[in-house]
Design a protein around this ligand. Structure first.
Ligand code: SAM
Length: 195
């Protein structure tokens, strides 16, 4: 399938299934592989606009607590709380901590800054967001918690791997089929927090 028909395929599939974006299928694939969406969990989704990951989380989690954060306003989803703001801002991190009141079970980040067209700059910027998520997770995740974050396979990949390895005993990398082949986007899955 070429890039355009690939995009169209997932776009149509999302429309038919009522998802706000085709990104929904990336989370579905990640969950099929790592099985982290469980009833009763506390889940933080950072970079949640337009909301398809929260839609999927809402379908799969019963009696849980879900918080979505994005710089952009996200249209309401029943059973999900959204806060608008920049996750790099200390205030937003405090809001997340206060909202859950205790440690978080699953932290997801699909954050992506606006692209500049310069591959190297784009990769550095997205990977800074991934590092921010890893650093936040080591302070806020529950003992058996899981963090999944998008990053770009690029020159600073080694820094992500080293940081993750310091904080977690188990790390995996996964590129969903619904993520375009030509995109350098990949996801890191971390579990078993080091004490
Ligand atoms: C690819 S979209 C996320 C799609 C989402 N997972 C979904 O399924 O609907 C990336 C989002 O990251 C957000 N973002 C980028 N940097 C951010 C930051 N520093 N704080 C909060 N959100 C951010 C953007 O506003 C954008 O909406």
């Amino acid at each position: 399938m070429d890039s355009r028909s690939y995009k169209d395929h997932f776009f149509k599939k999302a429309k038919v299934q009522g998802y706000r974006s085709r990104s929904a299928f990336k989370l579905i694939e990640l969950n099929d592989k790592f099985k982290f969406l469980k009833n009763g969990i506390k889940l933080l989704d950072v970079g949640s606009f337009p909301g398809s990951w929260c839609q999927v989380a809402r379908e799969k989690i019963k009696n849980g607590k879900i918080l979505g954060i994005d710089k952009k306003e996200v249209k309401a989803i029943q059973g999900v709380k959204f806060v608008r703001g920049d996750f790099l801002d200390k205030k937003l991190k405090l809001i997340a901590v206060e909202y859950f009141k205790s440690n978080i079970d699953v932290i997801l980040s699909d954050m992506a800054p606006n692209t500049t067209g310069n591959k190297s700059v784009d990769s550095i910027r997205i990977n800074e967001l991934c590092l921010a998520i890893l650093n936040f997770s080591k302070k806020t995740l529950s003992k058996d918690g899981v963090v999944i974050s998008k990053f770009f396979m690029g020159e600073d990949f080694e820094e992500i791997r080293t940081t993750a390895k310091k904080c977690f005993k188990k790390i995996d990398f996964f590129k969903p089929n619904s993520s375009r082949n030509e995109s350098r986007e990949t996801y890191i899955h971390c579990s078993r927090l080091s004490t």
